[in-house]
Write a protein that binds this ligand. Structure first.
Ligand code: GLU
Length: 449
């Protein structure tokens, strides 16, 4: 069988089936594009129709989320949970609260999550959920009422051995707290059915930091393959949410100088780099006061605030997109390469467009896909589940040692899968192949379900 025709025909059928699901198709195309040598070497995946089976989520739940604002007015949002694949363990993945949330976006994120979770080496299936509700501009009470209403339906479908949600964009410790509280109230069951809980009532130390720290560790591992390190490198990070802030923190701790970052209003160019004092200010600004980066420039006059502008034109050697999907385009990639970027580690899910990835790979930039380099967050979620099962807490040092080991193992399995299938040094192909094989083999073992 001609493999190229087989995959082309497959992608064609996919596009016809759900023509409006553009980001899902983009994510699938990237994975399927890496699989030709695997399908060639192992015809069992074609015989078993694994692509057709893996590309269909096991279940999608869509529900109404009614809630009342502080003035007493009623609002109705739409809630989703995509239970994508449970071949390796209970569905696992975050909850996104943002106005851009649609079934397409969550299907793409759940698909990515399935392969990411497979790469962590932990027993986790893949899922994702959320709502088109935006937490920005809402009071704590409004967020609480919304989260309770969201769980009034979702609690039927989740559970410690079934589906374990966590945070994502717009959903942090506050929202997890409200959702867990309502889940516990309705089920009368204190189990670790969520991760990202606060450490004083069941959360793991280092969970908030884990995704960002993992991105920096992954970049460090990639640079080491060229005998290089983060020491003395200039870096930029795009978003300043949870992932962005802790990526900045760990890059700085490992010797890099972070000179650029951004939020919804614009970007900061701080040629002196972020230090301990600036980082403390940033954390307070973002996590406590939920303010704008304009205040950073007002506080540290050497830093320049650039309204409405992204970070990609700021010269750097290391770049970590940490905001959202498709945030970095072909032209941005060309600018980064022209300015001397040598390593791009994705912190968000699918932030680089296909054209941008081509630019990085053709220029031999060390490029890692999000499903590999941002897997530290869900990996520590897996460790949170382990600690909950054992009813113990590990120290920060213990969790960090696991995290470093897992990031190293993801890095190495990407490289060895890529090399084995004739694409040496291609982290994207390696991540797709290593993630796919584990899920596909488990599906075959478990029969046609
Ligand atoms: N939302 C995060 C991700 O994209 C974390 C998911 C989790 O911890 O379950 O990987």
């Amino acid at each position: 069988m001609d493999i190229q025709n087989y995959t082309a025909d497959f992608l064609d059928r996919l596009a016809k089936r759900d023509p409006a699901q553009k980001v899902f198709q983009q994510a699938v195309k990237e994975v399927v594009g890496s699989l030709a040598p695997v399908l060639k070497q192992y015809p069992k995946y074609i015989k078993e129709k694994i692509l057709d089976r893996i590309l269909e989520p096991e279940r999608i739940i869509i529900f109404r989320v009614p809630w009342r604002d502080d003035k007493g007015e009623i609002h109705v949002n739409r809630g989703f949970r995509v239970q994508y694949n449970s071949a390796l363990g209970p569905y696992k993945g975050g909850i996104r609260f943002h106005e851009t949330v649609t079934q397409d976006a969550l299907k793409f994120l759940a698909f990515e999550q399935t392969f990411k979770n497979s790469l962590t080496t932990l027993p986790l299936g893949g899922g994702k959920g959320g709502s088109d509700f935006d937490t920005r501009g809402k009071s704590d009470n409004e967020v609480m009422r919304f989260c309770h209403s969201f769980i009034n339906e979702l609690y039927h479908h989740i559970g410690y051995h079934t589906d374990v949600p966590a945070g994502d964009l717009g959903c942090g410790a506050r929202e997890i707290g409200y959702m867990f509280g309502q889940y516990k109230k309705l089920t009368n069951d204190f189990t670790g059915a969520f991760t990202g809980k606060k450490p004083n009532w069941g959360g793991s130390l280092l969970r908030p930091e884990a995704t960002g720290y993992g991105v920096a560790y992954f970049a460090q591992n990639m640079l080491a393959t060229r005998g290089d390190s983060l020491e003395g490198k200039t870096a930029i990070v795009s978003g300043t949410g949870n992932v962005g802030i802790y990526t900045i923190e760990k890059l700085t701790a490992l010797g890099a100088k972070v000179v650029g970052f951004m939020d919804y209003d614009g970007s900061i160019y701080d040629k002196d780099g972020v230090d301990e004092e600036k980082l403390a200010f940033l954390k307070d600004l973002v996590f406590v006061r939920r303010g704008s980066l304009k205040e950073y420039a007002a506080k540290f006059p050497a830093a320049q605030f650039r309204p409405g502008q992204k970070t990609w034109d700021i010269p750097c050697q290391i770049a970590c997109p940490t905001a959202c999907e498709n945030e970095l385009h072909t032209a941005d990639a060309k600018t980064l390469v022209a300015n001397g970027c040598l390593c791009l580690a994705e912190g968000s899910n699918m932030p680089c467009t296909p054209g941008a990835i081509d630019v990085f790979q053709n220029a031999h930039v060390l490029y890692s896909p999000g499903k590999a380099s941002n897997a530290g967050g869900v990996a520590v979620s897996g460790l949170e589940m382990t600690q909950n099962s054992m009813r113990i807490y590990w120290t920060r040092e213990e969790v960090d040692a696991y995290l470093q080991r897992i990031m190293r193992s993801i890095h190495d399995s990407c490289l060895s899968a890529a090399e084995h299938f004739g694409m040496k040094g291609d982290y994207m192909a390696g991540a797709n192949i290593a993630g796919f094989i584990k899920v596909a083999d488990a599906m075959i073992d478990q029969g046609l379900v």
